[in-house]
Design a protein around this ligand. Structure first.
Ligand code: C6P
Length: 404
């Protein structure tokens, strides 16, 4: 059992008022709020050990380097990677995915196929399209059904010896559907394909076990899991990271440079050119510790309660439709009300202190599938409450009355 009021006290922003009303923050899918311990760790880094890493012999540089590498080790443990050097620091999921697609540009050939799903965020569509344009490979799409679930029989039919990469998100940002990624990974491996999982929306809710999943790449963002913005992780299996060329050239990623030839550093440095977000990387470790102290089983159990409660309460509203009605869901409810544009509801409830996201959620193909311009998305975190859900429901009812 979580003590939600105690947890809420960890997040200074949650006691704020917005537009004169207590803040109800339901835009956790976009970014999570940060506990004081994370904010303090960022300040402490700059106050006490700020220095560039992996370069100086001086004490501060050593302290900063140690803290950065300790954080990498925490991520390795958290996701159960085999080696710490399979954990690359990035600026976020988008960066991680682009690092991989850039690498595959030297591997794919015309006639090869890349499979994405119809539930992807633009970050996991556009880089693959760009890769296909560059290499002559073809993009194939796993279709979905009316509940927002991927149609696995259709996925099976897409697989062949031409399939070189399969990529899906672990959890859909727009609908909250949890995808059957183990099935997808195993089937893709059976035809010799690599697999990238976009874990951006999964890591706030669960602890991915990359060895058990056996995925080749797993990308996620730190800012969605109580960490700082501009942080992220790309996990890659050692053999794949050794196979892919570096993403960016520069300092830190080399062994030796001459004007004739440059040789590259070993993993993970080969993919970490330039001065990284040192403070962010270190503090991501603090965020992971914080979440683990709360416990992912507790988080999942409580968030599931919030999901069920919100679904039930929202469905009391006449003319309200929820998108993403599949069984396996994270704490996200995407909905619309008959005859009303989502943006209008979002703007009115914002005046009542309620923060939700409206629009296509960077997942336009999903909106096209449902023939809608967008949805209102309420995404819940472990620090939200049923009382806040009640406030949102009342606010949505008020907006509906005003707009009809
Ligand atoms: N989705 C949302 O409101 P970055 O921006 O690199 O941290 O994450 C990109 C990204 C990739 N995949 C998925 C499934 C995502 O949900 C996101 C970010 C936010 O849904 C902002 S658009």
């Amino acid at each position: 059992m979580l003590d939600i009021q105690k947890i809420r006290a960890d997040f200074p922003i949650l006691s704020q008022t917005v537009n004169g009303k207590p803040l109800v923050y339901f835009d956790n899918g976009a970014t999570s709020q940060k506990p004081q311990i994370v904010i303090d760790a960022e300040v402490k880094y700059y106050q006490e050990i700020n220095a560039n890493i992996h370069r100086g012999v001086h004490t501060l540089s050593q302290l900063a380097t140690d803290a950065y590498e300790i954080s990498r080790g925490k991520v390795k443990e958290h996701i159960n990677a085999k080696h710490a050097h399979e954990v690359l620091f990035t600026s976020g999921t988008t960066h991680g995915i682009n690092l991989v697609t850039n690498g595959f540009a030297s591997i794919l050939k015309p006639g090869d196929e890349v499979i994405v799903s119809s539930l992807e965020h633009h970050s996991n569509i556009v880089p693959w399209q760009m890769l296909c344009e560059k290499t002559g490979a073809t993009l194939k799409v796993i279709p979905m059904n009316e509940n927002g679930e991927l149609i696995l029989e259709e996925f099976d039919k897409l697989l062949s010896e031409k399939t070189k990469v399969v990529t899906v998100n672990h959890i859909s940002n727009a609908l909250g559907i949890i995808n059957p990624i183990k099935y997808i990974i195993d089937k893709a491996h059976a035809v010799g394909s690599a697999v990238l999982i976009d874990g951006a929306q999964a890591v706030p809710h669960l602890k991915p076990n990359v060895q058990e999943l056996d995925c080749d790449f797993y990308a996620f963002s730190g800012h969605k899991m109580c960490g700082p913005t501009g942080t992220g992780i790309l996990y890659g299996k050692e053999e794949w990271l050794n196979k892919l060329p570096p993403y960016q050239g520069g300092g830190e990623m080399i062994k030796e440079v001459t004007f004739e030839k440059t040789t590259y550093a070993d993993l993970p440095h080969k993919f970490e050119a330039g001065t990284p977000n040192i403070a962010g990387g270190i503090v991501l470790g603090t965020a992971i510790d914080y979440l683990n102290n709360i416990g992912f089983e507790n988080i999942q159990e409580y968030e599931h309660e919030l999901l069920e409660y919100a679904t039930k309460r929202l469905l009391e509203i006449e003319g309200l439709r929820i998108y993403g009605t599949g069984k396996n869901k994270a704490s996200v409810v995407s909905f619309n009300i008959d005859g009303i544009h989502p943006y209008d509801i979002g703007s009115i409830i914002d005046k009542l202190g309620i923060a939700v996201r409206t629009g296509h959620h960077c997942a336009q193909p999903i909106m096209n599938f449902f023939c809608i311009p967008g949805t209102i998305r309420a995404s819940f975190s472990f620090y939200n409450t049923k009382e806040e859900i009640d406030q949102m429901v009342e606010a949505v009812k008020k907006a509906q009355t005003m707009l009809s």
